[in-house]
Design a protein around this ligand. Structure first.
Ligand SMILES: Nc1nc2c(ncn2[C@@H]2O[C@H](COP(=O)(O)OP(=O)(O)OP(=O)(O)O)[C@@H](O)[C@H]2O)c(=O)[nH]1
Ligand SMILES: [Zn+2]
Length: 336
């Protein structure tokens, strides 16, 4: 597998010379027994909006974190002014080990691997059934990213008032993915949000989708009024106007525990970082069939043992077809 560098925007911290000379670092490093635990809600130009208890605190990364970047969803330890008052800036001194990491490579020419969200346990892939037309390859690429990251996928098919979901659901049936179908009138009555919420309760769910699919409409229906994207609390805190679409944004679910993480509309989902041996874990029924695969098998090669194993009747051929379809989306094509 090719290796990729880290995105300097996220991870790099330019070390300035120590103005006080060569004083050993240990002497100037503060003690952090008094650090408070928080969660990163959004990141905007090096400023991290964090929730500490009930207070929204603006913070920056402490120099001692070095190159390590905190991203949305990270559990972090914060010191300094935790009052949440205007013009205060606390410091993040530690990032907890992540339970999961959702990443993408922006595209094949982009050497940087971007961590989008930490600690999510679910990936909601939002697709409109029309306007814009569904793009199954993009859905597949999102699913591969979810499987690679160990997130459970949830398909959310919007705008069923404009087109039927049948064809798409036929395509995804062999994958056994959970799905919700929503339409405009149910958005207005709140039924759509109620139905989607059932899948989100108690979990941290990252929402991805192509621009225009209705992701913001749905997310806004799921979170409290004062957290809605364009008028949200985060903007009031950062004072930077309308939330720009460069970072994900964590929002509390309304009427249930859980977090909705809205991500900027995506055009593509680079998969350079994906490891086929992790993707196949999402197909536990096929895993035993890989026993006789050659070392490092990509499971889409001529000598992959899965063909013979499935032909012997150990698993449904449509499952292998689906796995292969997903794996093939790692190769970028025109329009991805
Ligand atoms: N017919 C129909 N239109 C919908 C539905 N849900 C959302 N829309 C419309 O689709 C358009 C796009 O919705 P948004 O919520 O802004 O889409 P988005 O995915 O957040 O797009 P970006 O903000 O560009 O990322 C808006 O005009 C919505 O009113 C639906 O269920 N049916
Ligand atoms: Zn194989």
């Amino acid at each position: 597998m090719r290796r990729y560098g880290k995105n300097p925007d996220e991870d790099d911290i330019r070390s300035r010379p120590n103005p006080k000379g060569n004083r050993p670092r240990t002497n100037i490093r503060p003690k952090h027994e008094d650090a408070a635990e928080g969660m990163v809600l959004t990141v905007d130009r090096g400023r991290l909006t964090c929730l500490v208890g009930e207070t929204v605190v603006l913070a920056m990364k402490a120099r001692e974190l070095g190159r390590k970047a905190a991203v949305v969803g990270d559990q972090v330890w914060i010191v300094g002014d935790l009052s949440g008052k205007k013009d205060t800036l606390a410091r993040i001194v530690r990032i907890e080990k992540r339970r999961s990491v959702l990443r993408r490579t922006a595209d094949d020419d982009d050497p940087y691997e971007r961590v989008i969200v930490a600690n999510a346990d679910q990936l909601a892939v939002v697709t409109a059934l029309a306007d814009p037309e569904p793009r199954p390859r993009l859905i597949d690429r999102c699913l591969v990213a979810a499987f690679d990251a160990g997130l459970e996928p949830l398909l959310i098919l919007t705008k069923s008032d404009l087109a039927s979901a049948d064809e798409l659901l036929d395509t995804y049936r062999p994958l056994g993915i959970r799905y919700v179908v929503t339409r405009r009138d149910e958005l207005e009555t709140g039924e759509a949000a109620d139905r989607v919420r059932e899948y989100l309760a108690g979990r941290m769910t990252a929402f991805v989708g192509h621009s225009g699919v209705g992701k913001t409409t749905l997310v806004n229906a799921l979170v409290p009024d004062d957290r809605r994207r364009t008028t949200g609390l985060v903007n009031a805190v950062t004072g930077r106007g309308r939330h720009t679409t460069t970072s994900a944004l964590a929002l509390p679910l309304e009427k249930a525990d859980g977090w909705v993480i809205d991500t900027p509309g995506i055009r593509s989902f680079g998969l350079n970082h994906v490891d086929p041996s992790r993707v196949i874990l999402a197909f536990p029924d096929l895993v035993p069939g890989t026993e006789n695969c050659p070392r490092g098998c990509g499971h889409d090669e001529p000598d992959c043992a899965l063909d013979a194993w499935v032909a012997e009747g150990h698993a449904d051929p449509s499952r292998l077809d689906s796995l292969r379809r997903l794996l093939s989306t790692r190769e970028r094509r025109e329009g991805d």
